[in-house]
Design a protein around this ligand. Structure first.
Ligand code: NDP
Length: 253
């Protein structure tokens, strides 16, 4: 029960990677606020695991997000562990990307993390312990063809944690980014369908292509990313700060 008595926040914590991290933290004793847009999904997740607290909020709604995190902190204490995980992954040709598409990706993946970290940090006192983790991507450390807005947003997250790690140097609060390769979640399933439709190939072939995109040519499982998050949250990782941790089957960049 390493995190007993701590309040953790995982945005996008009702599914996939976020749910795996939230569950691992709850199993380690933390009270975990999980957010997302779909209340029913969050409720079902919370019903399955003790210490998960569902809060339906859209990370692109700044006011609602600020209120929701502040209220969760009033109820469960300062946000000692904050995992900015909520994200969308939309692909397509660069020439077809509209400003609306670009803004949707930026406001979800990058602006959402900015607000999440800012409010979470404000709940902590100067001497408090903390772990701030952004779920970036291999697209945060290398360019991904066919996903320009996504790549830019995930690179932005790396800048965010690097700058914050410098600003808060000397505190017991660390800032790091997880950079997974292709993980077996709804995002990959949805993208396989979209790629299959775009290229006129079967979905299974599109999914196999994504698996080959990982260095070891295998889709990752969510527990591999959750394990890395738990290590970053551990006492042993107290001097790991401003880093990008690649979980991608091999060297990426
Ligand atoms: P999921 O689609 O399962 O997770 C995305 C989560 O984000 C969902 O719970 C979703 O909940 C939430 N979310 C999306 N938009 C919003 C929003 N506007 N407001 C609040 N919550 C939102 O896929 P993953 O678990 O794979 O993705 C989690 C993170 O991991 C993402 O940031 C993704 O970019 C990153 N990642 C994923 C990889 C993969 O291959 N799967 C690889 C590298 C990084 P809801 O829809 O209910 O709002």
């Amino acid at each position: 029960m390493e995190h007993s008595g701590r309040h953790a926040l995982v945005t996008g914590g009702g599914t996939g990677i976020g749910l795996a991290i939230a569950t691992a933290l709850a199993n380690a004793g933390a009270e975990v606020t999980i957010t997302g847009r779909r209340a029913d999904v969050l409720k079902a997740a919370a019903a399955a695991t003790p210490r998960l607290h569902p809060v339906a909020v859209d990370v692109t709604d700044e006011t609602a997000l600020r209120d929701a995190i502040a209220r969760a902190a009033e109820e469960r204490g300062p946000v000692a562990i904050c995992v900015a995980n909520a994200g969308i992954a939309e692909g397509g040709r660069f020439r077809d990307v509209t400003m609306t598409d670009w803004r949707r990706t930026m406001s979800t993946n990058l602006d959402g993390a900015f607000v999440t970290f800012q409010v979470a940090l404000a709940t902590l006192g100067k001497a408090d312990w903390g772990r701030m983790i952004a779920v970036s991507s291999i697209a945060g450390v290398r360019g991904l063809a066919g996903a320009v807005p996504y790549t830019a947003s995930k690179h932005g997250l790396i800048g965010l944690i690097r700058a914050l790690s410098e600003e808060h140097m000397g505190r017991a609060v660390t800032f790091n980014a997880l950079c997974p390769g292709y993980v077996d979640t709804d995002i990959v399933t949805r993208n396989a369908a979209a790629i299959a439709a775009r290229r006129g190939i079967p979905e299974a072939a599109a999914a196999a292509d994504m698996a080959r995109g990982n260095r070891h040519r295998t889709l990752l499982q969510v527990d591999e990313v959750a394990g890395a998050a738990m290590w970053l949250c551990s006492d042993a990782a107290r001097s790991v700060n401003g880093q990008t941790i690649q979980v991608a089957g091999g060297q990426v960049a």
